[in-house]
Design a protein around this ligand. Sequence first.
Ligand code: NAD
Length: 353
Amino acid sequence: MKIAVLAGDGIGPEIIAQAVRVLEVLKADGLAIELEYGLIGGCAVDATGEPYPEETHRLASQADAVLLGAVGGPQYDALPRQQRPERGLLAIRKKLNLFANLRPAMLYPELANASSLKYDVVAGLDIMIVRELTGDIYFGEPRGIDVRDGQRVGFNTMLYSEAEIRRIAHVAFQAASKRQSRLCSVDKMNVLECTQLWRDVVTEVSKDYPQIALSHMLVDNAAMQLVRNPKQFDVIVTGNMFGDILSDEASMLTGSIGMLPSASLDENNKGLYEPIHGSAPDIADKDLANPLATILSVAMMLRYTFNQEDAAQRIENAVKQVLAQGIRTKDIAEPGMESVGTHAMGDAVLSSM
Ligand code: NAD
């Protein structure tokens, strides 16, 4: 299991250090893990002038999976667009053809008070949004702003080929088969032909997965159901634009940005794993960052790229146990609760493992 480790900027190195400690434990217990380190984002710009240097691309291409911290920081905000740290992220996603974005939104019962929704609605929430990442209206041509009949018009093209729909559908059915075997496909087939095709192709693909219960939902209803009764969902699959919106809505239901991992996969389940949060420059180098989203990203990596379900659950159970013991970093501590630093949270996870 060759893993490229790209810590990035801000809190990136601190949270990655704790995730690496978890990987080292698994390695000591017999998993054939090999780690290689590279630069991405602002630190790569400082060293090479590029946010995603060729050397890093070589490392990431040769690895089976990539573990990424976060990129960006105020010191890079004035750079030309091409050199911005965030360009490094876009470049690695595109160059590795990572078309499937998996974002779980889970809320441990112990943290349910962090949500803006009522305890009963969200406690124990565990859903997964599978978002197509390289197609749809974000990439379709033609696009632009023209002048027609004397006034400006703006236009974009919502476009999916059946091959693009089929491959993301397979990822979603497979994700559902590793969970509660329920998949809800979200579209807007009552208005948009493109998403009628989406629904037809997802239904065709479902024939390969008779054990998965497939349902369909219109996107406006899905947005409403996510705040009304989010626990009705197991896996949701949807296109790039709807997924952009729904995955942010779902992750914010949990109210704990420092807890949520993500995966972006290619056709062979090679993946880039990262926390959903950014580089948090406001708390960098202060031993304040919550490393759990990054540690849970390692669990996703073991599940989705390496098929090591036992090791994935070992990590997830360790995190659950730590939370049950009342151990909290500052971002997830309730008023009056004591909190621990980044490194001590890593210690706690390791001892639970
Ligand atoms: P952010 O996610 O970095 O931080 C938002 C807030 O959440 C901050 O108050 C921060 O302290 C807190 N926070 C985030 N992660 C935390 C953690 N693990 N533990 C405790 N608290 C945490 O978003 P932002 O402030 O909008 O952006 C900061 C920088 O990160 C910007 O340069 C932005 O471009 C970049 N960014 C990078 C990524 C990425 O690398 N994937 C994603 C989003 C933003």
